[in-house]
Design a protein around this ligand. Structure first.
Ligand code: CU
Length: 140
């Protein structure tokens, strides 16, 4: 965890000025896990790429009361989820949220998550930029 924080600082420090192409954010591998029967929480995953160095600091999802940014740490073989303030994003490098790693944690599921539907999510970055993505609900 500490190492990851240090390396992202390093990446920010050495970031070069890239060419100014049209911003073309993209998301892939996006999905929200269908919660187990009776479960009060779920998780969402996606990949996002930004044209400039930034940090994903918040997310909101349609029909979900509270969304937290989580990471998974390994404490002597015990995997634990931990809330983080944000995920640093390096220009042009995909930020990957996936099972077993960084993920959005969904609490207060106000509208039940059904396989096959999609939810709109708004990602907020430290720069002030926001991005709208669609998260299909399903098992993956
Ligand atoms: Cu979590």
């Amino acid at each position: 965890m500490r190492l990851a924080a240090l390396s992202s600082l390093f990446l920010l420090a050495v970031a070069a000025c890239g060419g100014s192409s049209t911003p073309e954010p993209e998301e892939t591998n996006a999905f929200i896990r269908v919660p187990a029967q009776g479960a009060m929480m779920s998780a969402a995953y996606f990949t996002v790429t930004r044209e400039t160095d930034d940090e994903l600091i918040a997310a909101s999802i349609e029909g979900i009361g509270r969304v937290e940014l989580h990471t998974v740490t390994d404490d002597d073989g015990v995997k634990r989820m931990r809330m983080v303030e944000g995920y640093a994003v390096k220009a042009g490098k995909p930020l990957v949220l996936k099972p077993g790693g960084n993920h959005l944690m969904l609490f207060e599921i106000e509208k039940p998550l059904q396989a096959g539907e999609s939810r709109e999510a708004t990602l907020t970055f430290a720069s002030g930029a926001t991005e709208l993505i669609s998260l299909p609900v399903g098992q993956q």
